[in-house]
Design a protein around this ligand. Structure first.
Ligand SMILES: Nc1nc2c(c(=O)[nH]1)N[C@@H](CN(C=O)c1ccc(C(=O)N[C@@H](CCC(=O)O)C(=O)O)cc1)CN2
Length: 291
């Protein structure tokens, strides 16, 4: 069996185009473009690339991109003051603080300060609670992108066995919540999970977000499984995911590649969340689930 490759780059391009069309409709109704503020602290080179790409994608979709670059030694209070100013700015619909933050800054203290209704990253505990209880809110971009790819691939997910490997607040936990909401039977595995290969073997859907290069082996998979690889690991051989891609291709029915799978969906979903935030804030009518 050779699996099909899930083309996240193409799917993300389609989503960005749909967001762009709806941004144009928003501008016609509201008389202004949605505004997205991105805050980068420090010099992390991967973060700098992601922030640049976010700014470009935001502008290409017809939105206003506001970028704030702060030095690596910025005091936490100054970062929080900036978040407060963005919360109060009526032209800003979405606020994102790029992670990771330097070690002297308490990430949670910063994220909790973002107005939940401008929290387009979906990391605020209020939005985590809304997701867990089925209320409308913002869903973190990477798991939202994974879910879109899964639904595009499989249609109705109800009743399927899903294993999420990783329990971070950014990917693993919200991914599990999204799959529960789709009526999957969900197992969350992590570094203490015993006999991980047997847990993975049961799964129709595998979402790997563990942060270890090529850890999930092809022979661990159930034949015909759909595999979503969230990992971005820089190795001497180049960028690889958390899944042994070649091995998975011989067993699974569909696999996301790295690069070109989940990564591009993260930025496309950020644009979607920023647009929805602007629509909600301006009371512009939108069709739920249409994007
Ligand atoms: N505030 C946030 N910080 C971080 C998030 C996030 O969602 N919000 N996610 C990641 C980084 N990230 C976006 O910020 C991100 C990661 C990867 C990609 C992407 O397109 N990856 C490409 C490969 C690009 C490369 O060479 O690195 C791919 O997979 O094809 C986009 C966004 C951590 N921080």
């Amino acid at each position: 069996m050779t699996a099909s490759i899930i083309d996240g780059k193409a799917f993300a391009a389609g989503l960005r185009a749909r967001v762009g069309e709806r941004v144009a409709a928003f501008v016609a109704q509201a008389g202004r473009a949605p505004g997205l503020a991105v805050v980068l602290v420090g010099e992390d080179s991967a973060s700098a690339v992601y922030v640049r790409n976010k700014g470009r994608a935001t502008r290409e979709a017809g939105m206003v991109s506001v970028e704030h670059r702060l030095p690596a030694d910025v005091p936490q209070d100054a970062l929080i003051d900036l978040v407060d100013a963005l919360n109060a700015d009526p032209a800003i619909d979405g606020i994102l603080v790029q992670l990771p933050l330097p070690p002297h800054i308490d990430e949670r203290a910063v994220l909790i300060r973002i107005d939940p209704d401008k929290d387009v990253d979906g990391f605020h505990p209020v939005n985590a609670g809304r997701l867990a209880t089925g209320l409308p809110g913002f869903v973190p971009c990477t798991p939202l992108g994974c879910l879109m790819l899964l639904k595009d691939q499989l249609g109705d997910l109800s009743g399927l066995d899903a294993v999420v490997i990783g329990r971070s607040n950014i990917v693993g936990k919200p991914m599990a919540q999204l799959l529960i909401a789709e009526s999957c039977t969900v197992t969350v595995a992590h570094s203490r999970t015993r006999d991980l290969s047997s847990v993975v073997k049961r799964a129709d859907i595998v979402v790997a977000a563990v942060g270890r290069a090529q850890m999930i082996k092809g022979e661990w998979l159930k034949p015909g499984a759909t595999v979503i690889d969230v990992g971005i690991n820089r190795t001497p051989e180049g960028l690889v995911g958390d899944v042994d891609f070649a091995g998975a291709m011989g067993v699974a029915s569909a696999v996301t590649p790295v690069p070109g799978g989940v990564g591009p969906m993260t930025i496309a979903c950020l644009l979607r969340n920023a647009l929805i935030s602007a629509e909600r804030r301006e009371g512009v009518a939108y069709e739920k689930g249409a994007i």
